[in-house]
Design a protein around this ligand. Structure first.
Ligand code: PHB
Ligand code: FE
Length: 335
């Protein structure tokens, strides 16, 4: 965890634009402006334009994930890096072209300040009828002028299990009663409840639930929410449709288990963005992402994915110093 910075930075809002109705924002040396189609990000040496849908889908997840493990690229140019206490906002830092022409820029803020700024911007720019957490075919359009701000919480579905979902006092799996019907894509799956047979003396201590039933009811996509935690081993499940709205740069290994259907992954070098590989994961496939890459998934139809994270504090520094191998399994260990 990085020590907090001395100065608190507040986001500064303009008056609403007289034509489109959205506010512009300044945060540190960055400014953010949205129009009907695009978000324009400016910093002292440059500027960059991102489609508004892509920007909002990335921004709400970045907030909800607490800036995740390592890097969140909104696209190849703009994003955040988590230092677990502080957060970098960068533009062009991991793009060779921006670095070569010296228009790259990075500024570090306290995590709470970035969260507050991103929340303020998202709330002002999200209209009723558009939900950046849903699959594109299951929500309205973010384009055009400001109408009415969306009601309800900005974030949902990010509630982490403390030990295991469904245990007494812990978070509850989704159900009809919680207002989460089975998604259209998973109508053909059977949802039997597990039978629990305890040995004498273990009554009330064994717990199980149908994980597929929980994932099939997700009304949000690309949100690996904590399902169980054992020490630092964090098991997350998520339903995926269309594309991961961010490119994730790893600061540690991360494991994927494809539970249904398929996801195509683009793997790039983290610093340059050069292509490193393509993976097509089909139902039952397992893969580990190395600690020095960025990756983005594409799900042609809704699929279920399990993501395993290692939440050991300080792990990112051990990888960065080269103390730990970038791959969880190297060929020499197979002999
Ligand atoms: C990832 O970056 O590893 C990731 C993020 C969101 C998902 C799945 C995987 O839904
Ligand atoms: Fe990842």
């Amino acid at each position: 965890m990085n020590a907090a910075l001395k100065d608190k930075v507040h986001v500064i809002a303009s008056e609403p634009d007289p034509v489109l109705g959205y506010r512009k924002y300044k945060f540190g040396s960055f400014s953010f402006e949205r129009d009907a189609y695009f978000v324009h990000v400016r910093w002292p040496k440059g500027m960059h334009t991102i489609e508004v849908d892509r920007f909002l889908r990335a921004m709400v997840r970045d907030i909800g994930w607490g800036f995740f493990y390592g890097w969140i690229f909104f696209d190849d140019v703009f994003g955040t890096q988590n230092h677990y206490g502080t957060v970098d906002i960068f533009a062009g830092t991991y793009s060779k072209g921006h670095r070569d022409t010296k228009v790259d820029f990075l500024e570090t803020f306290n995590t709470d300040d970035v969260r507050a700024a991103f929340e303020t911007i998202s709330v002002n720019w999200i209209n009723e009828g558009y939900d950046p957490l849903r699959a594109p075919m299951e929500t309205g359009s973010p384009l055009g002028p400001k109408t009415r701000e969306a009601k309800g919480p900005l974030l949902r579905g990010f509630d982490p299990a403390r030990r295991m979902m469904g245990l007494p006092g812990d978070v509850t799996p989704r159900s009809d009663a919680s207002g989460h019907p089975i998604n259209r894509a998973f109508a053909d799956v059977t949802y039997d409840k597990p039978t629990i047979e305890q040995e004498p003396g273990f009554e009330g201590q064994i717990h199980a639930f149908n994980l597929y039933d929980h994932i099939a009811r997700a009304d949000i996509t690309w949100n690996p929410s904590f399902t169980s935690i054992t020490g630092a081993c964090i098991c997350c499940v998520t339903s995926e449709e269309h594309m991961l709205p961010v490119i994730h740069g790893n600061d540690r290994n991360e494991w994927f288990i494809q539970l249904t259907d398929e996801i195509h992954w683009n793997i790039q070098d983290k610093n340059t963005g050069n292509p490193r590989g393509r993976i097509v994961m089909k139902s039952g496939d397992v893969c580990a992402m190395p600690a020095d890459i960025r990756h983005q998934g594409f799900a042609p139809k809704r699929s279920m994915l399990m993501v395993m994270e290692n939440g050991t504090p300080g792990l990112e520094q051990r990888y960065a110093k080269g103390e730990l191998e970038l791959f969880p399994i190297t060929a020499s260990r197979w002999k």
